[in-house]
Design a protein around this ligand. Structure first.
Ligand code: T5A
Length: 212
């Protein structure tokens, strides 16, 4: 049996990460794989408090570097208390966002040098990286419309389309740099068509790991 896998879901606002996470849970369940589901920023008591500060509107003028460091502070706690212990116990980890989001939002969106993010990634994570990342990709207008229908905008959702175009480009750049790990899914299609793409990727992945 292969070791427990760390899978992340990424994409900009409203592309359908939370919706499709449910589908991935079903696919793992069908293979009788033990897993936990978590999210970033968040996933721990402290991380969820940091999430409230990051997404809420109390600190609208937060400096970009502060935002970056808070993302990694929440991540450090998340790795220590949730992700690493689960993987060590043999449970797969399915996370709604992880460090690719930092490269996309704080790097692409805010314009912080990618090299600085890499230094923090190495420092906080050591050699812990996702094994597989599903990047749900859709034009910014599609995601914004879907997210807008669902709830009031958080601090990030208040950004303009220029910001989200940069986020999307940074994600796509990472996918093109790391094609073995990051699989791009056309999330602009109707939900059933998105699920079919996810199913194909996951079945190939199971096969690669020798999971029947
Ligand atoms: N962040 C996070 C950083 O800046 N740096 C970091 O390092 C990290 C980790 C987190 C915010 O923090 C930022 C990024 C984010 O701004 P979040 O809640 O994780 O916030 O992210 P959001 O993108 O805001 O999450 P959403 O819940 O808005 O989007 P989802 O999960 O992608 O979308 P979902 O599944 O809720 O779907 C939205 C709506 O669309 C419908 C759904 O039913 C739902 O109503 N839908 C579809 N409709 C039609 N066709 C489809 N194919 C559909 N798929 C979903």
């Amino acid at each position: 049996m292969s070791r427990a896998q760390f899978i992340t879901l990424e994409g900009s606002e409203g592309v359908g990460k939370t919706t499709n996470l449910e589908y991935i849970k079903q696919l793992l369940g069908n293979k009788s794989i033990e897993y936990i589901v978590t999210r970033e920023p968040g996933g721990t008591e402290l991380g969820e408090q940091l999430r409230d500060l990051l997404l809420g509107h109390k600190h609208t003028g937060m400096a970009d570097e502060t935002e970056l460091l808070m993302m990694f502070a929440a991540r450090s706690e998340h790795l220590d208390k949730v992700i690493k212990p689960a993987l060590e116990k043999g449970q797969w980890v399915l996370s709604d966002r992880f460090t690719d989001a930092t490269y996309a939002y704080q790097g692409g969106g805010r314009g912080i040098e990618m090299q600085r993010i890499k230094i923090l990634e190495d420092y906080v994570q050591g050699d812990c990286r996702p094994d597989l990342t599903l990047l749900l990709d859709a034009p910014v207008e599609v995601g914004s419309e879907r997210a807008g229908k669902r709830s009031a905008p958080d601090r990030f959702e208040k950004e303009q389309s220029d910001f989200f175009n940069k986020v999307r480009s940074a994600y796509l750049q990472r996918a093109s740099d790391q094609p073995d790990r990051i699989k791009v899914i056309d999330a602009s299609l109707e939900l059933e068509a998105v699920k079919r793409q996810i199913d194909q990727i996951m079945q190939d992945y199971f096969k690669q790991l020798g999971i029947q």
